[in-house]
Design a protein around this ligand. Structure first.
Ligand code: FE2
Length: 138
């Protein structure tokens, strides 16, 4: 079973952002499935998924931040700060894993990702939807 099932409740109504969120959840599920099947010993597959998750999140954040800057979103500073904290957290984990290669960390990461993204999409992101839509983003 996937860790997070994509549900209509996750939809913000902005197709570009929704598609990116869907991709992120799919990557989290991919990571979780690997953890669940104990694939962390195989050919750095986990490293690959973690890297993709980190890179794709950065790409996604930059999409949102581009709109914040473009239209002058009033909560942009606090929203960008949350993105920065996320990036720092992922970096911290990457370093920790590289040091001790302890796979237990992946359970921690999966749980964090599940909680973080569920909350972020439904609260922090949802808050910008009326503003972006009022500026013509669909
Ligand atoms: Fe965001």
């Amino acid at each position: 079973m996937p860790l997070i099932e994509w549900k209509d409740e996750f939809k913000l109504g902005i197709s570009e952002i929704d598609a990116q969120h869907q991709r992120i959840l799919a990557l989290i599920n991919e990571l979780y499935a690997m953890v669940d099947e104990k694939k962390y010993t195989e050919n750095n597959q986990m490293d690959h998924v973690i890297q993709e998750l980190a890179d794709y999140a950065i790409y996604h954040f930059s999409t949102e931040e581009k709109y914040f800057q473009l239209f002058g979103y009033e909560k942009k500073d606090e929203h960008i700060k949350i993105h920065e904290q996320y990036k720092a957290k992922i970096e911290e984990w990457r370093q920790r894993y590289n040091q001790d290669k302890n796979p237990a960390i992946f359970f921690e990461i999966s749980e964090f990702l599940q909680n973080w993204w569920t909350w972020h999409i439904n609260n922090t992101d949802r808050a910008y939807v009326p503003f972006l839509q009022a500026n013509g983003v669909k």
